[in-house]
Design a protein around this ligand. Structure first.
Ligand code: FAD
Ligand code: 2HG
Ligand code: ZN
Length: 508
């Protein structure tokens, strides 16, 4: 047992570029089955097939190099990062400006061509890749930072800016992005906004519905909608930005974003704790809200099976012995002496009364980074088991972990691993069932049971990853018929021909 607090030197490293992994994966390991074959009940809509006339239009608009048609080159854009979904598009478009996006969508709308918007392609619900042959509209070349107001902390940038690049830019100005996630090396701010991504510090900095002050989007008919407010307060009618935050590319393509960025904390401290039971995790969470108060920036839970996915599959080293559960608790503050003392006092009392069995506390960047890697790379570690059925649920805290045990019983030996971890501070559990390879039998053991269970507890079937392709038919477990009908009407009004991300978000 030891608590050790050292001096902080610089900011921590992050995960390697996730997109590199996608390319590698597609090249060297087995490709996932085509989505159309795995889910034969989903039928291709009555969209046009892309032909030479269409391609010539795109090449005239963008030039040859920004219209990708080569099958191998298209593969990375057709396959999602978790290797669970694969389309067969033979056209990837890479616009560099809002005007180009507008021209593309106008043409697609007139010619009934379906479009799949794509950012960093790190989405976990099959929303970012085509289901059939939809044109992929990639924002990766729309990556300019437009302005930063250092006084208000408002950053304005294009949708294709990679989250990590924005963080690096802001670091020079003593600011941070209000969100942080393991996919930061690849995911783009436009993708983050379109999924309303949560991440590791939502409990401190809030969600994107609050921090995104404005955005620009292009609707299905190619109209550019300027909602680029940089104001914190603006009650002039409907808040149209909310139509695009979290609608996963089904209502428009987000092209620019303005976002409120918090000051970079002068002091960062981290604790990694070993605990005997999930009840003790809840006790620690309750106490840390009171005892760490305003400096608490993250509160994450990890079970033994999740941690093992990184230690066994990725050879990462844990600084603690084996425990049934672990917690990562982080503080962001402005006075290191104060924060260190507060954290140490809190941790000592947890050890004294036996709530926590063992732990480390540190503010040394390399040590904090090593702990964050154990947490952030669980998704990657799990993929090494084979195929992963992923669930991302909001549940009342007393039920946060119970589903993991129930699921272990249901799938039994069919699973390589059933694990639960996540943002306990936000009531968001990530339940993952890893199997050697995709199996419809295992899927039927999990779904719809897992959604019925969640619904009975009035939880959410998607806390942060979205509905994408994978969960459309289960939306009713979290939304009333009236709410779904209204969403369908909004979709019909904004995209009457249904060209934007078909087969996603809304039930067919
Ligand atoms: P993509 O995956 O490319 O797209 C996601 C969806 O948004 C798709 O439906 C796509 O069509 C649409 N879209 C993308 N860009 C645009 C645009 N400009 N306009 C309109 N629609 C668009 N998610 C979390 O919420 N919290 C986490 O902590 C988290 N951690 C992750 C860790 C790892 C290792 C991985 C692989 C994923 C993680 N995710 C997490 C999921 C994912 O990273 C997020 O959903 C992220 O916000 C997706 O961004 P992206 O740029 O990769 O979007
Ligand atoms: C995280 O919190 C992400 O690490 C991914 O949301 C969760 O892979 C998952 O299940
Ligand atoms: Zn998460």
């Amino acid at each position: 047992m030891y608590f050790l607090v050292m001096k902080m030197r610089s900011s921590r490293n992050i995960l390697p570029l996730l997109s590199t992994m996608i390319q590698r994966t597609c090249k060297f390991s087995a490709l996932p089955e085509l989505t159309k074959d795995r889910y034969p009940n989903v039928k291709r809509g009555n969209y046009s097939q892309i032909d030479t006339k269409h391609l010539n239009f795109f090449k005239d608009l963008l030039g040859e190099t920004r219209v990708i048609t080569d099958e191998n080159e298209c593969l990375g854009y057709n396959t999602d990062w978790i290797k669970a979904n694969r389309g067969y598009s033979r056209c990837v478009l890479k616009p560099k400006s809002t005007d180009e996006v507008a021209a593309i969508l106008k043409f697609c709308n007139e010619n009934l061509l379906a479009v799949c918007p794509q950012g960093g392609n790190t989405g976990l619900v099959g929303g970012s890749v085509p289901v059939f042959d939809e044109i992929v509209l990639s924002t990766s070349l729309m990556n300019r930072i437009i302005s930063l107001d250092e006084t208000s902390g408002v950053l304005t940038c294009e949708a294709g800016c990679i989250l990590e690049n924005l963080e690096k830019y802001l670091d020079e100005h003593r600011l941070i992005m209000p969100l942080d996630l393991g996919a930061k090396g690849s995911c783009q701010i436009g993708g983050n906004v379109s999924t309303n991504a949560g991440g590791l510090r939502l409990l401190r900095y809030g969600n994107l519905q609050g921090t995104v002050l404005g955005l620009e989007a292009v609707t299905a008919n190619g109209q550019i909608l300027d909602c680029m407010s940089t104001l914190k307060k603006d009650n002039t009618g409907f808040h149209l930005k909310h139509l695009f935050i979290g609608s996963e590319g089904s209502l428009g393509l987000v092209t620019k974003v303005s976002i409120q960025c918090p000051p970079k904390p002068k002091a960062v401290n981290l604790a990694f704790l070993g605990l005997e039971s999930f009840d003790k995790i809840l006790m620690v969470f309750k106490r840390c809200k009171h005892e760490l108060g305003e400096i608490l920036s993250s509160c994450e839970a990890i079970d033994a099976d999740s941690l093992a996915a990184t230690t066994d599959n990725l050879n990462l080293k844990s600084p603690l012995e084996k425990f049934p559960f672990y917690m990562v608790i982080e503080t962001h503050g402005s006075d290191n002496g104060h924060d260190e003392e507060k954290l140490n006092r809190f941790l000592s009392s947890l050890m004294e009364d036996g709530t926590v069995e063992d732990g480390i506390a540190t503010n040394e960047p390399s040590k904090m980074n090593a702990v964050w890697q154990l947490r952030e790379r669980i998704t990657e570690g799990l993929i090494h088991d084979g195929y992963v059925f992923k669930y991302d649920l909001s549940l009342p805290l007393e039920n946060f972990y119970s589903l993991v045990g129930i699921m272990k019983e249901r799938v039994g030996k069919d699973a390589v691993r059933v694990s639960g971890y996540g943002h306990v501070g936000d009531g968001n559990v990530h339940l993952n069932v890893a199997v050697k390879e995709f199996s419809a039998d295992v899927l039927n053991k999990i779904e719809p049971f897992i959604y019925e269970y969640t619904s009975k507890l009035r939880g959410s079937i998607s806390a942060e990853h979205g509905i994408g392709f994978r969960k459309t038919k289960y939306m009713h477990y979290s939304k009333s018929k009236e709410a779904i009908d209204l969403m369908k009407s909004i979709k019909k009004m904004m995209d009457p021909k249904g060209i934007l991300n078909p087969y996603k978000v809304l039930p067919q």
